[in-house]
Ligand binder design. Structure first.
Ligand SMILES: *Cc1c(COP(=O)(O)O)cnc(C)c1O
Length: 230
């Protein structure tokens, strides 16, 4: 790896941030997974990051993701769908991804459950929660988590793993921290009924320290890893 490769330097800096946040929170480094958010990035950039040891990649748009998935030969990448869910895209998503983090309504759960091929391992599902109750935002209402989880549990082709949230972009730092704390308590209640639930996906480039402090088990990082989106 060239010494002054900016991507290599960002990966190293990000690793330090995550490790420091874990230490600050009194948690072990391996209690927090890193999802590299690769929307708008090329297949070559993804392969470079993968070669540096990062295995999970998050994509927001099906067609863009499919083109890159078809170019990348390695089968050792784990693909997470994290974008808005349209019902006419669920079949391809159910066939192409290992995880879907943006499941937010019963209709989408049922389509994914029926369309996930039996020859594949169960699709890992996170329920997206509209934690700041924004009018136009994807995500189920915090009060609807239990009901939606029960629908996921009806399907053997789906495996409920936990919750995902994107706090409001115009939050203050204190508001974002409060949103993360509320997610943690929703997550802990969900675990009471569904003991296999193990994943709380929250924290991005600008707020991953607060998310880790509030119990995140997966941070989703784009800009701080790949650089500014063009
Ligand atoms: C783009 C995106 C991210 C990454 O955001 P950065 O601020 O670039 O780290 C994380 N999660 C979701 C759902 C996204 O769409």
């Amino acid at each position: 790896m060239p010494e002054h490769n900016p991507l290599a330097e960002r990966i190293e800096h990000l690793e330090t941030r995550i490790a420091d946040a874990c230490r600050h929170a009194g948690r072990s480094r391996d209690s927090v997974a890193l999802l590299a958010v690769s929307k708008t990035r090329t297949a070559d950039e993804i392969e470079f990051v993968h070669a540096a040891g990062i295995e999970r990649f998050g994509e927001n748009y099906l067609d863009e993701a499919a083109a890159k998935q078809d170019r990348i030969a390695s089968g050792s990448l784990e693909w997470h769908f994290i974008g808005p869910m349209q019902s006419n895209k669920t079949r391809a998503i159910a066939e192409r991804f290992d995880w879907v983090q943006s499941v937010d309504r019963p209709k989408i759960v049922r389509r994914l459950g029926r369309q996930r091929p039996d020859r594949l391992a169960p699709l890992n599902v996170l329920l997206q929660v509209n934690i700041d109750r924004e009018p136009q935002k994807a995500g189920c209402a915090p009060d609807d988590v239990e009901a939606l989880a029960a629908v996921v549990a009806e399907f053997e082709t789906l495996k409920l793993r936990g919750l995902m949230a994107i706090p409001a972009a115009d939050n203050s730092a204190a508001q974002t921290r409060a949103a993360f704390a509320e997610m943690r308590s929703l997550f802990e209640s969900l675990q009471q009924r569904h003991p296999d639930v193990d994943t709380l996906s929250m924290g991005m480039s600008n707020d991953l320290e607060a998310a880790i402090d509030e119990g995140s088990t997966m941070v989703r990082v784009g800009t701080a890893l790949f650089g500014p989106r063009g």
